[in-house]
Write a new protein. Structure first.
Length: 113
C-alpha cells in the first residue's frame, strides 16, 4: 500500500490521519481520531480516501460508492434511486461522474438526444 508518489494527493487532514495510522497501525479509528482531533466516522472516511488515493485510483465519493455497490447487487437505476432517496436522473449524473473518473468517457462530450 505504500505509494510515496501519491502522498501529494492527500489533504492536510488526511495526511494527519495517515501519519498517525502509519505509526500506530493497530490503533482503532477512535484512538486515531483522538490523536488528530476527529470523530471516528471522519477517520474512517479519511482512511478510505487515503487507501484509494495511494492505490492510484480515482477517489469516489460516498454516494458514488453506494450507487456502485447497489448496482453490483443487481438493482436497476430506479431501484437505486428509491433506495437512496434521490431522483433517478441524479443516479444517471452520478454514473456519468464515475465514468469520467474512470476515464471511460470523454469529459467534454455532450449527450446527444
Amino acid at each position: 500500500m505504500e505509494a510515496q508518489e501519491h502522498l501529494h494527493l492527500l489533504t492536510p487532514r488526511e495526511r494527519d490521519v495517515y501519519d498517525v495510522w502509519r505509526k500506530h497501525p493497530d490503533w482503532s479509528k477512535a484512538q486515531i481520531g483522538r490523536a488528530v482531533y476527529l470523530p471516528p466516522h471522519v477517520v474512517r472516511r479519511n482512511l478510505e480516501n487515503i487507501k484509494t488515493k495511494l492505490a492510484g485510483l480515482p477517489p469516489f465519493s460516498g454516494i458514488e460508492v453506494e450507487v456502485l455497490s447497489l448496482l453490483a447487487e443487481g438493482m436497476n437505476h430506479a431501484d437505486v434511486a428509491r433506495s437512496i432517496g434521490i431522483d433517478e436522473r441524479t443516479v444517471a449524473v452520478i454514473l456519468r461522474r464515475i465514468e469520467i473518473k474512470r476515464g471511460t468517457t470523454e469529459q467534454g462530450r455532450e449527450d446527444e438526444d
